[in-house]
Design a protein around this ligand. Structure first.
Ligand code: FE2
Length: 389
């Protein structure tokens, strides 16, 4: 008998080419008047926001702009954005960008109604009051943050990426428009795509997996494995972009309801200490962590091999599971995700920091969802293996 489980998604998800042009109309239906657009200056310069701001104007919705989210979100970004939000009398957040603007907007939304500062809410279920409504429009096919009840904010004083989870962080509306991903450079297509694949794989093997999240996780693995290499090879391939983005969305729905596991638990400290792209940290870890974890639930990893199109007939679950890990490593190589070494991570520094990183990974709670539990020593060893590649 299955235990009772909640399954959460935004109130409304709109997908498809040109979907972002509907932003104004849908926000208007919620009775909202003035938004804080949280984004990255580079996207503004590239004109990515033009269609969205026109859509707001058409519907008579006012907005102020916070375009200072140029890197992974920090406590300072949240404070700065909240000040602009209050000064302009905003009543909702509109996040446009990769995971960073969306995560920043989520934190601003809850800090608009909760006392103290965002560091007070690290962990799961600590936020007491519902925040301002969040409308999320991703411009990468990766983070899935548009459909999850989580945000990751870096506390720069402690070099810790804080995982904050609460149903109040779930966006009201997610608008997923593949046309916004057409101009993504190859390297970002690769790293964000592997982030999405990691979400799907971890959601499927997580100890918190549930039948509702399994459907989305397996579908996401199929879509991403089949289409990410095509989108990487030809960024203008709309069908590949569309299917990869749909996969990233489904992966977000999956892990939003079943959590991530050891890879993400270990990836966050790499990001906090070395400031490498989140997807590249995941890519360095995914294969080695799968090799370590697959004996914890070979049948689930065998399903992943099938979803990735591997030929598994006649193989035992364990043999098929090993093919899944191999297929993931091959995909990461094919789309040339840069290694930690190529991103400038120094071996000596990693070795020195690995014990603290292992502790931070464990205390985030994500490794506890892994199908095979890892001790601190095993996590340190996995960091070493990830560096060797
Ligand atoms: Fe991620």
């Amino acid at each position: 008998m299955l235990p009772a489980r909640a399954f959460r998604v935004p109130r409304l998800i709109i997908t498809g080419c040109g979907a972002s042009e509907q932003a104004g109309e849908e926000i208007g239906k919620l009775g909202l008047k003035r938004g804080l657009v949280v984004t990255d200056r580079a996207l503004v310069k590239m004109g990515v926001l033009d269609g969205i701001t026109r859509a707001l104007e058409r519907s008579g919705i006012g907005f102020a702009l916070f375009d200072g989210v140029f890197a992974e979100p920090t406590v300072e970004f949240v404070r700065e954005g909240l000040e602009i939000y209050r000064k302009n009398g905003c009543d909702f957040l509109l996040a446009v960008g990769g995971g960073s603007p969306i995560d920043t907007a989520k934190a601003i939304a809850v800090m608009a109604t909760n006392p103290g500062s965002i560091e007070d809410y690290q962990g799961l279920g600590k936020i007491k009051q519902k925040g301002s409504p969040i409308i999320a429009i991703p411009t990468t096919a990766g983070t899935g943050s548009e459909v999850t009840p989580f945000t990751i904010i870096t506390d720069t004083r402690r070099d810790v990426k804080m995982l904050i989870g609460s149903p109040y962080l779930m966006p009201e509306i997610a608008i997923v428009d593949p046309l916004l991903t057409l101009s993504l450079p190859k390297e970002i297509t690769a790293t964000t795509g592997i982030d999405a694949l990691t979400h799907a794989i971890e959601a499927y093997v997580s100890l918190k997996a549930q039948p509702m999240s399994d459907i989305f996780a397996l579908s996401a693995i199929k879509l991403i494995a089949a289409n990410l290499p095509r989108a990487w090879t030809d960024g203008g391939d709309i069908e590949a972009r569309e299917k990869t983005m749909l996969g990233a969305l489904q992966a977000g729905i999956a892990f939003g309801n079943s959590s991530v596991a050891l890879v993400h638990g270990m990836a966050r400290p790499i990001g906090a200490c070395f400031h490498v792209p989140h997807g590249a940290s995941n890519a360095a870890l995914l294969g080695v962590v799968m090799d370590f974890s697959l004996e914890g639930n070979p049948a689930r990893y065998a399903d992943i091999a099938r979803a990735m199109g591997e030929k598994v007939s006649g193989l035992s679950d364990l043999e098929a599971a090993r093919l899944a890990a191999r297929a993931v490593k091959r995909l990461i190589q094919d789309i040339k995700v840069p290694s930690l070494r190529e991103l400038g991570v120094e071996k000596e520094k990693l070795e020195k920091l690995a014990p603290k990183m292992a502790e931070d990974a464990i205390s985030s709670g994500s490794p506890a969802n892994n199908p095979r539990q890892a001790s601190k020593e095993e996590i340190i060893e996995l960091y070493h293996q990830a560096y060797q590649g």
